[in-house]
Structure formats: C-alpha cells, structure tokens
Ligand binder design. Structure first.
Ligand SMILES: Cc1cc2nc3c(=O)[nH]c(=O)nc-3n(C[C@H](O)[C@H](O)[C@H](O)COP(=O)(O)O)c2cc1C
Length: 145
C-alpha cells in the first residue's frame, strides 16, 4: 500500500507522532512517504492509497497549511472514495484537540474516504502515545485496498 503521512509541526510534537505512525506503517509493509506539508503538492496526495493528515491545533482548528492542502484537493472530490483516510492531532488542551480531530475527520468524510478514527495527543507525546501511533500506522498498512 502506498501511504502518505503529511503533517505540519512547528515545535516537534506532531512530527514525533508522524514519525511513529510512519514507523508502524513501514514495519507492517507499507510503502511510505512521511513529509512536512510544505513538500507535498495535491497530486502526491492523489497518488497515495492511504493518506494520514497530521496537524497541531491552532485556535481550536487544524493549522492553515493542512487546511490549504485539503482545500487544494477540492477538484478531486469523488476520486478519494477508495482511499483510506487517517488523521492525528497535537494540542495544548483536550477540548480544542478534539475539535481539531472533528474538523479533520469532517474533511475526510466530505471526500467519502474510508476513515480510520484518529489519534489525539495533548502536550508532548509520551512513549505510550507514540506506541499508539505505531499501532495506528500498522493498522492502516494492513488494511485491504
Ligand atoms: C498559533 C498557535 C495556536 C495554538 N492554539 C491552540 C488552541 O487553540 N488550543 C490548544 O489546545 N492548543 C493550541 N496551541 C498549542 C499547540 O496545538 C500545541 O503546542 C501543539 O503540540 C503544537 O504542535 P507542534 O509541536 O507539532 O508544533 C497553539 C499553538 C500555536 C503556535
């Protein structure tokens, strides 16, 4: 499976989650790109069979760079229905993090992707959360496509 983990991270928390998800996916046999959102144009998103979006929570929502990338896929609506969609969030508070998860999930729902419920990490990722991220990546890599 071709898996893309695309994320934004200013202070490293979301990046740590992205790397752990990528590690789990790779160990489970996925072919993988893990990359910051600035390096990923929409056609790379379209080429993946599973896309996992990672965002820090900014003002109760996903950061604008991830939202921009998702908005850039608007012309591809209808073409993502066989894709697996994953998402993960790093936030300062549980409430805002959950809102951010909701908005990311909603975008994947609009694309009618096959959604795998996402992961929230409040604050610096613990080893326990990173292990959850590895399991998440492995779970997605092992899904039928
Ligand atoms: C501009 C900005 C806005 C933020 N807004 C919120 C917020 O509304 N709610 C919240 O819980 N955390 C908020 N945070 C905290 C970040 O979500 C949190 O520190 C996160 O772990 C950062 O991820 P990163 O280390 O990958 O950059 C904000 C941080 C920044 C820089």
């Amino acid at each position: 499976m071709r898996i893309l983990v695309v994320y934004h991270s200013q202070t490293g928390n979301t990046e740590k989650m992205a790397e752990a998800i990528g590690q789990g996916a790779e160990e489970a046999g996925g072919s993988l790109i893990v990359a910051p959102v600035d390096q990923i144009p929409p056609h790379i998103v379209n080429a993946a069979q599973a896309v996992i979006f990672g965002s820090p929570c900014y003002f109760g929502n996903m950061c604008w760079k991830i939202k921009r990338l998702i908005d850039q896929t608007a012309s591809l609506i209808g073409e993502f229905t066989n894709k697996i969609g994953g998402y993960f969030v790093s936030s300062g508070s549980k409430k805002d993090g959950e809102m951010t998860l909701y908005f990311l999930r909603r975008a994947l729902e609009v694309h009618k992707m096959r959604i795998v419920p996402g992961i929230l990490c409040v604050g610096t990722p613990t080893e326990e959360i990173l292990e959850e991220c590895r399991r998440y990546g492995a779970q997605i890599a092992q899904m039928e496509i």
